[in-house]
Write a protein that binds this ligand. Structure first.
Ligand SMILES: C[S@@+](CC[C@H](N)C(=O)[O-])C[C@H]1O[C@@H](n2cnc3c(N)ncnc32)[C@H](O)[C@@H]1O
Length: 232
């Protein structure tokens, strides 16, 4: 009989896995024991509670399953998360970055209400009701430069929004994880052309695209760019 064993991910800090390589399942250690955020399975293994991390619900999980080369997670990261929604992915990130801090920006009031309920026991998330298109407006809540910006907003100007936030908040050598949804930018133009234009905007601004990864298996019309802010 198959006996489930949860083990450390070989590359990503505080991410856990089970099963064979071709059917890998992801988990994070639940910081808020007993609490589910979006119906995920809770599994206790060797006395520790883990939350199953579903790549169909979380594009960050999909990215990790795609096995990027860049390792961008660590325990004490400072992160700005744009498009926090009701908390699915940001809560897993909160499990991972357990001694760091995540500023979670969301502009929909309803999602923000759900987010606050979902993360009320998590002390490493600061929820901010704000619009990612206007980074200066939430400067009074973000007390520091950050190591990582994660952006998942369905907006027409995705690359520009990311850059404006990076210029404002990202440390030199910091990393941007940019989810690009082609349909939100242009629903008629071929996706490949949309991605090329967004990449050009990033590169023209002097940022370096380290990796460009398709996550179509889990999220249609989405790619993920892993970008570095380089010092000139
Ligand atoms: C695809 S959902 C994000 C899902 C979330 N990242 C997760 O994986 O759990 C996109 C979110 O971005 C929010 N959003 C869209 N435009 C925004 C903006 N300009 N500023 C802040 N949030 C925005 C939407 O309200 C929505 O909740």
């Amino acid at each position: 009989m198959y006996k489930m064993e949860i083990r450390k991910h070989p590359k990503f800090h505080n991410v856990f896995i089970s099963g064979p390589q071709e059917r890998l399942k992801l988990y994070t250690k639940n910081l808020d024991v007993g609490k589910r955020i979006s119906g995920e399975k809770l599994i206790t293994y060797k006395g520790i509670e883990y939350r199953e991390w579903d790549p169909f619900r979380s594009k960050l999980a999909a990215l990790i399953l795609a096995n990027p080369i860049t390792s961008f997670l660590s325990e004490n990261l400072k992160c700005l998360y744009l498009g926090a929604s009701s908390g699915t992915t940001i809560s897993h990130l909160s499990d991972i970055i357990n001694s760091g801090i995540i500023y979670g920006v969301e502009f929909a009031e309803r999602s923000m209400r759900q987010l606050i309920q979902n993360i009320s026991n998590r002390t490493n998330i600061i929820p901010i009701l704000g619009d990612a298109r206007f980074p200066d407006k939430y400067a009074k809540y973000v007390f520091t430069y950050v190591d990582l910006i994660y952006q998942d907003v369905a907006q027409p100007r995705q690359a520009e929004i990311a850059l404006e936030n990076c210029n404002y908040y990202l440390k030199d050598e910091g990393i941007l994880i940019l989810l690009i949804k082609s349909q939100s930018i242009d629903s008629i133009q071929k996706s490949e052309l949309t991605y090329a234009k967004e990449k050009e905007i990033i590169e023209k601004a002097g940022y370096k695209i380290l990796e460009s990864i398709k996550i179509y298996k889990y999220a249609a019309n989405h790619i993920v760019l892993i970008v570095k802010k380089v010092i000139n």
